[in-house]
Design a protein around this ligand. Structure first.
Ligand code: RUG
Length: 824
């Protein structure tokens, strides 16, 4: 087939053709949605050429491949990204203009692929972008949820309301290729029997139970400045029986389709919890369904290469993104021993050379454990295998150190009632490498979370790979004016794939002209956000104010509560100032965004408090518009693309030691936004890269947190006096009246009776001081501009290209494929 041409006439012809032939639309009756779709299909055709070439090149070269197993991929929109990667955005703009449409309007028609909760899923998407850009033979595997993360509405009382996100609505999804021919059976329940094989050996066999089918959908992931195109293969559950005619004939219509519905329900919904375990049976089934289908597919591909099992680890690397896919470990062991007939030790040697595990949290409530009775019921053979893995592991530990306490501590089975399988321990034991996601986090992983494992295995197994973000989406695409200025200044766009080039901006940091251009772009981005806020929320904000942003999942450890308490403090102070004193005040717009897990009461109360405060502050004319509070509902990837470039300061204020890395911090700084942050996660490395004079850091250090908690336990919480004033103002009904005040009682109790676990009181004074510094610094526009430029200039290290290369070199042992040459 002749390759697609990228001239205007060909593109227009393709769009019209898709409108008529794919969408069945009359060319004289096209709306924006239809033209978006037709445009998307025409771009997909072009991507497909690169996709096929890439897969062919990999097939020919047959290198070691890496499979990135992640229950979440927070991809966002695809069209704009693909247009940039294919370098056809301008010609498409012209083409749709000729057809009577504006490309930017069309881009807004696309629904986000929101198959993730937050940082973990977005990280997976950034790594797939980098792997495609760097031509690594890497595929992502995930689940094709019909409902992504819920849509968040804020009702008139300021509460979060959840609505289903049926992103695969009747309009279809141009960004996936259904693979009707790629289907596997996945088994659940049943029992374990002993069977004798042809060689007369007795083997365990998993029998009976239910079966569902996994069908593949491929999502192409374009690389930048390469013909390479990566792939994320998502599994959807389907019934093996389509229709029960017996029930139908008996008049039982519901039952006749029940099987199909039940099977399809399996991949229906993404669990909306971030950093929190839910322990539901359906979730366990999702996890097994996911790893079973993925491993069958990986093995199918491996077998086509005619290699022996002993070569499997030389051809296949599997990265477990968190513990969610950990069942892949006992599943591969089961396949090798029960089905392929390898002996236990040979199989285990293969397993432990294939898997590697990324830990993303040290929070106890996020560490996955599954009850043994539930596992026995759903996955009886896997439970036996986990017991055996544990037994052999503990026997080895015992040889080194027979301390009973140690054996208990490292056991994969927790002796609670009922017993639990500790998935993180299973992941450690079954993997060759374990990595944390930022330096401090990886340190805590070694010294606290997996301390006993480090003393058994030695420290080499535990490494750090600091997270990274893709500069393609998070600067090149989201901030076109800054992109153009950087490209012009650095003499080309080499920086987009070599982010260290940004260092070249350092020499312009003091240049007044450059500073003016830089700050003008920031202002333009703030105007864009202010217009969005006006159009969507009917709140007027002045773009010349300091934009202070905290957008991320709402969680106690992220301390949005501290932020809004600080806002109340600021508001009360403003009320006390004279007109003269007010002249010296830096006007602020404090912007929040983020979803709470639907069942997370305290987080939902924080959202309610923010909205209640916003209501009062925004309607108080007496403060001369010096403070505005905005809650942006339904924060998602597409909104982030508008919000991130508009920040002057963004807050990353988790209690030290709780945020594994954070990645939004990187996005803001890359776009010249300064950070107000704690000494936590990747903030620390950002400080090291951009210079401590360019970041506002404050708060208790991680190694002091335990002491303070201990003190509080025995002596109670001493509430900071400024905080006391703020709490009293909430309790007195200043925000929403006396009835609303009582609603906030339980939230305030988390600081007092609850023991202030997240150290809001202990950090409050330092937080306010840091905020004062921000205000003061902002008054000096040239000093601020310099810091902003140096922020961007220092961010080279945080490219997902660097992080992905580290995974490839240190863990996966894979090399890029030469796509052009191999495809010839
Ligand atoms: O909370 C962490 C973030 O700190 C981190 O940046 C991100 C990517 O590594 O992962 C987040 N995370 C951790 N999301 N879920 C978990 C635990 O399952």
């Amino acid at each position: 087939m002749a390759p697609k041409k990228n001239d205007k006439a060909s593109i227009k012809k393709d769009i019209v053709q898709h409108s008529v032939e794919t969408l069945c639309r009359n060319p004289y009756n096209l709306d924006k949605l239809a033209v978006y779709q037709a445009t998307a299909y025409s771009v997909r055709d072009r991507l497909l050429e690169d996709w096929n070439m890439t897969q062919e090149a990999i097939h020919k070269e047959n290198p070691k491949r890496c499979y990135y197993l992640s229950m979440e991929f927070l991809i966002g929109r695809a069209l704009d990204n693909a247009l940039h990667c294919l370098e056809v955005k301008d010609v498409y703009k012209e083409s749709v203009k000729d057809l009577g449409f504006n490309l930017e309007d069309l881009l807004q028609q696309e629904r986000d692929a929101a198959l993730g909760n937050g940082g973990l899923g977005r990280l997976a998407a950034c790594y797939m972008d980098a792997a495609a850009t760097l031509d690594y033979p890497t595929w992502g595997y995930g689940l094709r949820y019909q409902y992504g993360i819920f849509k968040q509405l804020i009702n008139s009382d300021g509460y979060q309301i959840e609505m289903p996100d049926y992103w695969l609505d009747s309009n279809g999804n141009p960004w996936e290729f259904p693979r009707n021919d790629v289907r596997y059976e996945v088994q659940f329940y049943g029992y374990v029997a002993t069977k004798v094989n042809e060689k007369g050996e007795s083997r365990m066999s998993w029998e009976g139970g239910d079966r569902v089918q996994a069908m593949a959908y491929d999502v192409p992931i374009p690389g930048f400045d390469t013909k390479g195109c990566g792939n994320i293969r998502l599994w959807a559950s389907k019934s093996l029986k389509t229709f029960d005619f017996a029930s139908f004939n008996d008049g039982d219509y519901d039952r006749s389709v029940a099987d199909q519905k039940n099977a399809e329900n399996l991949t229906s919904v993404l669990y909306p919890n971030d950093n929190h375990l839910v322990g539901k049976e359906l979730r366990l089934k999702q996890e097994y369904f996911f790893v079973s289908a993925s491993l069958q597919d990986i093995i199918h591909r491996f077998k086509r290469s005619n290699c022996a099992w002993k070569d499997f680890p030389d051809k296949v690397a599997v990265q477990l993104n968190d513990t969610h896919p950990t069942l892949a470990i006992p599943e591969l062991q089961r396949i090798l021993v029960d089905i392929e007939g390898l002996d236990w030790d040979a199989a285990w040697d293969i397993v432990t050379r294939v898997f590697a595990f990324t830990n993303h949290t040290v929070l106890p409530e996020a560490l996955e454990c599954w009850s043994v009775p539930m596992m026995e019921h759903i996955l009886p053979r896997h439970m036996q295998i986990v017991y055996d893995i544990n037994l052999f592991f503990l026997q080895k530990v015992e040889k080194m150190n027979s301390d009973r306490g140690l054996l208990n501590r490292v056991s994969i089975i927790e002796e609670s009632n009922p017993q639990q399988v500790r998935m993180a321990y299973l992941a450690v034991v079954g993997s060759h490498t374990v990595n944390g996601v930022a330096a401090l986090h990886s340190d805590l992983v070694k010294t606290e979370l997996f301390k006993d494992f480090v003393s058994y295995y030695g420290p080499e197994k535990f490494i750090n790979i600091t997270n990274g973000i893709t500069p393609r989406r998070w600067l090149y695409q989201a901030n076109p004016d800054l992109r153009d200025l950087i490209t012009e200044t650095l003499g080309g766009n080499h920086w987009v794939t070599h982010l260290d080039d940004l260092k070249g901006l350092t020499k312009y940091a003091d240049d007044a002209d450059f500073q003016a251009k830089w700050m003008n772009i920031k202002l333009k981005n703030k105007v864009r956000l202010a217009s969005w806020i006006k159009a969507n929320l009917d709140i007027t904000v002045d773009p010349r104010s300091l934009f202070d942003i905290q957008v991320k999942r709402i969680h106690e450890y992220k301390r949005q509560f501290m932020n809004i308490l600080g806002v109340i403090y600021r508001y009360k102070n403003l009320q006390l100032l004279s007109a003269e004193e007010r002249k010296d005040v830096t006007p602020r717009v404090v912007i929040f965004g983020g979803k709470s897990a639907p069942g997370y009461y305290v987080a939902k109360m924080v959202i309610k408090l923010i909205n209640t405060v916003a209501q009062v502050v925004n309607n108080d004319d007496s403060i001369d518009g010096l403070l505005k509070v905005v809650y942006i509902p339904d924060y998602n990837v597409s909104l982030a693309e508008i919000i991130v470039p508009a920040s002057d300061i963004s807050q990353h204020i988790s209690t030290a030691g709780t945020e594994a890395a954070g990645t939004s911090n990187m996005k803001f700084v890359l776009n010249g936004g300064l950070i107000l942050g704690t000494v936590d996660g990747a903030n620390i490395e950002i400080r090291d890269e951009i210079g401590e004079e360019n970041i506002f850091m404050f708060g208790t250090l991680a190694d002091k947190v335990a002491d303070i908690r201990h003190q509080q336990k025995y002596h109670g919480v001493e509430i900071d006096p400024n905080l006391q004033v703020v709490l009293q103002s909430i309790q007195s009904g200043e925000f929403g009246g006396p009835e609303t005040a009582s609603v906030f009682g339980p939230l305030i109790n988390t600081l007092t009776y609850g023991g202030d676990y997240y150290l809001i009181s202990a950090d409050f004074e330092k937080y306010l001081d840091a905020q004062d510094k921000v205000d003061e610094t902002y008054k000096d526009t040239a000093a601020w501009a310099k810091k902003s430029i140096l922020c961007t200039a220092g961010m080279g290290f945080f490219s997902s290209d660097r992080a992905t290369r580290e995974y490839a070199d240190k863990i996966w042992n894979i090399k890029p494929v030469n796509i052009k040459e191999a495809a010839v």
